[in-house]
Design a protein around this ligand. Structure first.
Ligand code: AHR
Length: 479
């Protein structure tokens, strides 16, 4: 059987209140989305960073956001930092360490993660040799360590190899501390289980050794976990609503790649694999409507207001030539991670390219949301993706409001006071699809019609309408 050179056949085959004002040094388009009231936090735009897969972003106690990830060449470990999430897009990136000229760390470098372990900065990564053929997928987990307090300026050197409980293909490690216990979680192949990789967890003795035998938390068995290849990898942890959630990635790294979810009571024994519940369906998948394909390998952070942010990679096209592993366009993306009515994470859909979307609730009816059902606009309750709208800055300092699921559509005002959702090429009165975004009372925002003076986007019962600017129904709260 001719083996394709692939690790898998080998192994088995913001929100900010932008004001309609043109600040000095900003274009009108940028000003339309400029942060309000002196906020220095710009709104992030997806892709956040191009061609960085497997991204880890975290906000450290020093106030910096740190970001690392796999580079398309898989030949070096990189790190960048910024005071804002949006700033990561243009932040200087430093090369911390390059693969060696020969030996077990001279080939691919995958999925680095930066962690502060016992007061030292340690970057974990998966690496393989460069001998060619199948040997390049002899992937194991290693670490480099910084000699100083600042990971961006210190010197980095090999620290050692993770002492896995058995010797086999292993990758995608992360560290998670819960109730004072520091856990190591990673993906590994296990003899006797016909999969490429499963996810394990174990308490740590020190940076490279475990203090107990691992628990096997998930094995790819469901249909959406074994598409192309039988893979569970890239664990990431989030504590919320009295539970510990673990996301992981499944299937081939093409458009079939997706996120699964395990959950456990936060007071339970994380080492008891039977105490974890696996979602029967994936929680985050390819979305043709927003043109994001193969979303996965996520991490979690918070935005500048402390709100949960989902970090992940995804391509903005579906068809891939050759092995997806060697396609460079898994871009780093971020989006708000909301919660559902029970307080659990609601992943929604990958929101697609462009400024981060927001949700709008009437200031006088906070439980309702601006939403759409197909081409019909409404104010009420709807699934998360139908409530997410992007404010697209225009040259005249106004914005267009566009739903993430229908990016070619926008809200259009009419002389009769109605608001419709029309495709970009549908005829509309001059300025009818443009609104000046202005601060309202109590942190609200108003969308003043560019076409109909003195009138603003408002709601009337479950309808979206135009109303006089001073009317309470024309004030919207952002989320
Ligand atoms: O991006 C390289 C590897 O491919 C990562 O370690 C893994 O999560 C992905 O599937």
């Amino acid at each position: 059987m001719t083996l394709r050179l692939s690790r898998r056949s080998f192994a088995a085959a913001g929100s900010l209140l932008p004001l309609a004002c043109t600040a000095p040094g900003r274009s009108a388009v940028e000003s339309a989305l400029a942060p309000a009231e002196g906020n220095a936090v710009p709104l992030a735009t997806n892709p956040l960073v191009k061609q960085r897969a497997d991204a880890q972003i975290f906000r450290h106690e020093d106030g910096w956001y740190y970001m690392t990830g796999s580079v398309p060449e898989y030949d070096r470990l990189v790190l960048r930092r910024s005071r804002t999430l949006a700033g990561l897009t243009t932040a200087e990136e430093r090369v911390l360490w390059r693969h060696q000229a020969s030996g077990p760390m001279s080939g691919f470098l995958w999925a680095p993660e930066l962690h502060l372990v016992d007061g030292r900065w340690v970057m974990y990564f998966a690496a393989g040799p460069s001998g060619g053929g199948e040997d390049v997928f002899r992937i194991r987990t290693y670490a480099v360590v910084c000699d100083g307090a600042d990971p961006m300026t210190g010197n980095w050197a090999v620290f050692g190899q993770f002492q896995a409980p058995w010797d086999s293909f292993n990758l995608d490690s992360t560290i998670f501390t819960h109730r004072g216990v520091r856990y190591f979680a990673w993906a590994q192949r296990e003899a006797g289980i016909d999969t490429n990789s499963n996810v394990y967890i174990a308490p740590m003795k020190d940076a490279l050794t475990l203090s107990a035998a691992p628990a096997r938390l998930t094995v790819p068995t469901l249909d959406w976990e074994v598409r192309g290849f039988k893979v569970n990898e890239a664990p990431a942890f989030l504590v919320k609503n009295g539970q510990v959630f673990m996301t992981y990635s499944a299937s081939a790294t093409d458009a079939r790649y997706c996120l699964g979810l395990l959950s456990i009571d936060e007071n339970a024994n994380l080492m008891d694999a039977r105490a974890w519940t696996k979602s029967p369906q994936p929680v985050f998948v390819t979305c043709p409507e927003t043109s994001v394909y193969g979303p996965g390998h996520n991490s979690f952070t918070v935005d500048e207001q402390g709100r949960d942010i989902l970090v992940y990679h995804g391509r903005d096209y579906e068809a891939i030539e050759g092995d997806p592993l060697f396609n460079p366009d898994r871009h780093t993306r971020i989006q708000r991670l909301y919660t559902d009515s029970r307080g659990n994470p609601d992943f929604g859909v990958p929101v697609g390219n462009g400024p981060l979307p927001e949700r709008f609730s009437p200031a006088v009816h906070r439980s309702a949301k601006l939403a759409h059902e197909g081409d019909r606009l409404l104010v009420g309750d709807a699934p998360l993706p139908q409530t997410q709208f992007r404010s697209l800055g225009q040259e005249d300092g106004t914005v267009r409001l566009s739903p993430i699921l229908k990016p070619a559509h926008r809200l259009v005002a009419n002389s009769d006071g109605s608001i419709r959702l029309l495709n970009a090429d549908a005829p509309a009165p001059a300025g009818a699809d443009r609104f000046r975004r202005e601060a309202g009372p109590g942190g609200s925002v108003r969308f003043i019609s560019q076409a109909f003076a003195g009138r603003a986007l408002a709601h009337s019962s479950d309808k979206v309408t135009l109303a006089p600017v001073g009317q309470p129904e024309s004030a919207w709260m952002l989320d």
